[in-house]
Design a protein around this ligand. Structure first.
Ligand code: ADP
Length: 595
């Protein structure tokens, strides 16, 4: 019974999880010696190399006890008590273990080394794989763009129609011995639809379209660009007839010899390869190259000579009718409210490119969706225009004194513009701040005619200076010349730049009709940096500064005079602006009594 109960007790006791729990505690050294002496030990096994002794007890327990390297005590004890003692030589075992360990280490080294070698081979492969470019080849089905999707640049479209005809029916041209240009250069500011036009040609003619940006040619390694050019042309020739479109051609096509460090750089090699390839493919081979640039003046002459990019097509900013047409194209896929007049919006967006107009409608569509409405109305278009021209709206100003100062500053600009007949039209004055630190702003629209013709008179430019200083002048008139703020720093910068151009480039000063400085001098940094000496005498330099100062001073005086004479009107307008926060052009003129 009792043994049964003991058994059941044993079975209910938790079993140790690990064998280590079962191991008996080894006795300490002196206890072991005592145990040997007392004959309590069954046998001993001494392992000198490991400095331990294995002790076996009559009850079957086995323990290991650390001992000294050359332990005499245990030997003597065992001898005295007659305990059997064996000595084990483990040198062979240890040598084997060492060998295995070393082999493992060598194996690890070999694996690591081969991994490293493989990695570096991959890197090298990738580096030299640069050479193989992947121009984005659009398949025919992709080319859904047609000429009707491109609006407002009819001249360019007409000129390119013959390219489409050639691609569709080359025989009629070849029969007559006509030579179709190999290269067409599309020149115009960004966003005017140059890429769109190239894609429309491919779409109309139903031929493949290869497009690459010239900046993608130029890489870290010399020679990569050239090999990419070769690759592109090889692909194009295989797929002829086709269109190859190179965007930003000026990235590689700049005049040679103009870089720092001589002419043997990557860009020049790429350009040379491009020239060679253009010469290499036969006339009427069916590959037509279109290239886009905004800076035709910087292109190397070799690129634009007959047989290469010999046809130039200007793609300018759209005029009012053009803008209206572009808006209509982009409104096709967007539900517009019936009240929206695209003509009116075309009138309100002088200077906008096709991309800006597409963006305007897109922003308006986003706003409409956010406001949960079903069609785009004038309100959303207004919001979108503001976002594009001035950035996102920030929280309205709270501080009253600061708000008043900004109101005077903005009304100063706007009132001067309204009072000067040569100045640009006031479109809007607002106090709603914009993210990016603009406290308020006055939007002026330049005259349509001026914008389209690109010609600005001296009196108009002088009026621009006076308007730009209108803000500072208002602060001076109202708060005194000691209380003016640094808020006008942007205006002053613009004044300095414009006045300098008037004096040194347009001949609008007492210095006479001479151009003392060229425009956009930073284009050939390398070349101009090396021979950068002004083309005028030191005394002329001083005269230029004096003329610029005189222009700025006169303009400020004129603005102060105009605003002092119209102080009452200015105060009235500021009160209205503080009250309403935004004044549209027509309301502003009405309040000013200038309609
Ligand atoms: P670019 O190549 O001249 O910099 P893009 O052709 O890339 O300009 O134009 C960008 C986008 O702007 C086009 O995808 C299109 O939506 C719009 N866009 C530009 N010009 C026009 C235009 N003339 N007609 C219609 N859409 C235009």
């Amino acid at each position: 019974m009792s043994s049964g109960s003991t058994n059941s007790e044993e079975s209910t006791q938790p079993k140790p999880l690990f064998g280590a729990f079962n191991q008996p505690e080894p006795p300490d050294y002196s206890t072991l010696l005592q145990q040997i002496k007392d004959g309590e030990v069954k046998s001993l096994e001494l392992i000198p190399a490991r400095r331990e002794v294995r002790v076996s007890y009559p009850d079957g327990r086995e323990v290991q006890v650390p001992v000294f390297a050359n332990d005499q005590q245990i030997l003597r004890g065992a001898e005295a008590s007659g305990t059997p003692l064996t000595v084990r030589d483990t040198r062979g075992d240890d040598a084997m273990a060492g060998l295995v360990g070393n082999l493992g280490l060598i194996l690890l080294l070999v694996v690591g080394l081969s991994f490293l070698l493989r990695r570096s081979a991959q890197v090298a492969n990738r580096a030299f794989g640069f050479a193989r470019s992947q121009p984005r080849v659009k398949s025919q089905d992709d080319l859904s763009i047609r000429f009707e999707d491109v609006a407002g640049i009819n001249d360019a479209k007409q000129e390119l129609e013959e390219v489409v005809t050639f691609l569709k029916e080359p025989e009629s041209f070849i029969r007559l011995g006509a030579r179709i240009p190999k290269g067409v250069l599309l020149i115009g500011p960004p966003g005017t639809g140059k890429t769109l036009l190239a894609r429309a040609i491919a779409g109309e003619a139903g031929v493949p379209f290869f497009s690459i940006s010239a900046s993608e040619f130029v890489e870290m390694f010399v020679g990569v660009g050239a090999s990419r050019v070769r690759d592109l042309f090889k692909q194009a020739k295989e797929k002829a007839p086709c269109i190859v479109f190179i965007d930003e051609i000026d990235a590689v096509g700049r005049q040679r010899g103009a870089g720092i460090g001589g002419g043997n750089d990557e860009r020049e090699q790429t350009l040379n390869q491009l020239l060679t390839e253009m010469d290499g493919f036969a006339e009427n081979s069916g590959v037509i190259l279109l290239a886009a640039t905004n800076r035709v003046d910087v292109l190397d002459a070799a690129l634009t000579r007959p047989g290469r990019f010999d046809r130039r097509i200007q793609v300018g900013l759209p005029d009012r009718q053009g803008r209206c047409d572009i808006l209509s194209v982009h409104a096709r896929t967007r539900p517009l409210d019936e009240s929206v007049s695209l003509n009116e919006w075309a009138q309100r967006t002088p200077g906008f490119s096709g991309a800006d107009l597409a963006n305007l409608l897109n922003e308006a569509a986003i706003l409409t969706a956010r406001q949960g409405q079903s069609s785009i109305s004038d309100r959303q278009l207004e919001g979108a225009l503001e976002r594009i021209t001035m950035g996102l709206a920030a929280a309205p100003l709270q501080d009253c004194a600061q708000k008043r100062l900004i109101a005077y500053h903005e009304i100063g600009h706007a009132l001067v513009a309204a009072l000067l007949p040569e100045a640009d039209r006031v479109d809007k004055v607002t106090l709603l701040p914009r993210s990016g630190g603009v406290g308020g702003f006055t939007r002026l629209w330049p005259d349509e005619e001026v914008l389209d013709s690109g010609l600005v008179t001296k009196s108009r430019l002088r009026a621009r200076l006076v308007v730009a200083l209108g803000g500072r002048a208002a602060e001076m008139v109202v708060f005194g010349s000691q209380e003016v703020t640094q808020g006008a720093s942007g205006d002053l910068q613009m004044v300095s730049q414009l006045a300098r151009e008037m004096v040194t480039r347009f001949g609008f000063s007492d210095l006479g009709p001479v151009a003392l400085e060229g425009g956009d001098q930073d284009v050939f940094l390398g070349r101009d940096w090396l021979n950068r000496s002004p083309s005028y005498a030191q005394t002329t330099g001083r005269d230029i500064d004096l003329q610029i100062l005189a222009l700025a001073r006169e303009s400020l005086d004129r603005a102060v005079e105009l605003l002092s004479q119209n102080r009452a009107v200015m105060d009235r307008l500021v009160d209205a602006l503080l009250d309403e926060e935004t004044l549209q052009g027509s309301r502003f003129l009405k309040l000013a009594g200038l309609t």
